[in-house]
Design a binder for this molecule. Sequence first.
Ligand code: UD1
Length: 421
Amino acid sequence: MERLIINGGNRLSGTVKISGAKNAVLPIIAATLLGQDKATCLDEVPGLEDVKTISDVLKTLGVHVQHDIEHHKLFVDASNIQNVTAPYDLVRKMRASFLIMGPLLARLGKAKISLPGGCAIGTRPIDLHLKGFEALGAQISIGHGDITAIAPEGLKGARIYLDFPSVGATENILMAASMAEGQTVIENPAQEPEIVDLANYLNIMGANIRGAGTNVIKVEGAQKLIAHDYTIIPDRIEAGTYMIAAAMTRGDVYIANAISEHLKPVIAKLKEAGVEVIEDVDGIRVICNSRPRCVDIKTLPYPGFPTDMQAQFMAMQTISQGTSVVTETVFENRFMHVDELRRMGARIKIDGRTSIIEGQEKLTGCQVKATDLRAGAAIVLAGLVAEGETQVGYIHHIDRGYDNLVQKLVSIGADIKRVDD
Ligand code: UD1
């Protein structure tokens, strides 16, 4: 089993370059299924396990996919889709596999996908995706562990109100609506930058989408979308993770490629903690010379504080001065990192969706495990400042979402290596 070995205590300094955004590239790869006539070349595609999984999903549909990891490019030729079924093994591995349902329905009028099932950070239903497809005229049936959606007459534009601004549901509905007949209006959609990136990509394929990034999206359905090349936006969660690494190690790190506009709540909270954050057009510099102060955070849909930064921020709070409170409102069970941080000496109490963190002078290295992707990032951050050696197991979770984590951290001065025993 592979592990990370971290010797804590090094101050991080230098420049780290952020890769393309995981949560933008996954729906965009799904959206390549809408593109006819030509092949697509996506640029700034990160070398992640999740990219491999969605590529494998496309391959099961008979689509040609090739990832040039060295040059961050992904080639997709979806001119010929032979199959509309996504198997359980892949959907189980990554829930985002469900994002192929919208494009398959729009282009071929049918899709059959295994029910994603539960996952570590909550039950995560897909009711909002299905409600959207039904509003667009699809017939949904569930049986034998699969969801089948058909639209023999094609999809028809509709007015859809999302009870919660789900990222995945907004993306799936957006892709389906981009080829539905007539106008679709999505009210209360997710407003994340990744939604805007997907809409931009669909628009250059010939879709007509307005309002992505606001609380109403309007889509005029197109008869046909044509494959087009595209460059993925930088990953704001990866950037935020390195910002916290700089703050926790009392370092001075320039996070190249980071878009500060996408990181407003994280920047605001770091400043509140006494960390210096300097924004420019090419990136963000984070400088910290003393122990951060305690600050409270509450996760919310964008533009609120991202749930995907909650675990990493908590890692910082464990060594901050004073007591901080974290309230998780997006997922019902996203405190898996707490037990692992406690093993490292953190003092954290959980009360429902709230955690109370009493900051300590230091953490101590020990054996810990990555329980999910961001929980894994949080314990790596804790390991960077812990006294002695931290061994992190179950790192396949971290590989899902961090491109070259070890090399990037080493390049800014961390003592971290990957071992296979
Ligand atoms: C996406 C991100 C994930 C991030 C999350 C919230 C990708 C690939 N993943 O996940 O990293 O943590 O947004 O920012 O982009 N919900 C329903 N019904 C639905 C769909 C969702 O009740 O049909 C609920 C979920 O249970 C959860 C909340 O809505 O409590 C947020 O989920 P959603 O925004 O859909 O997250 P994902 O798209 O799965």
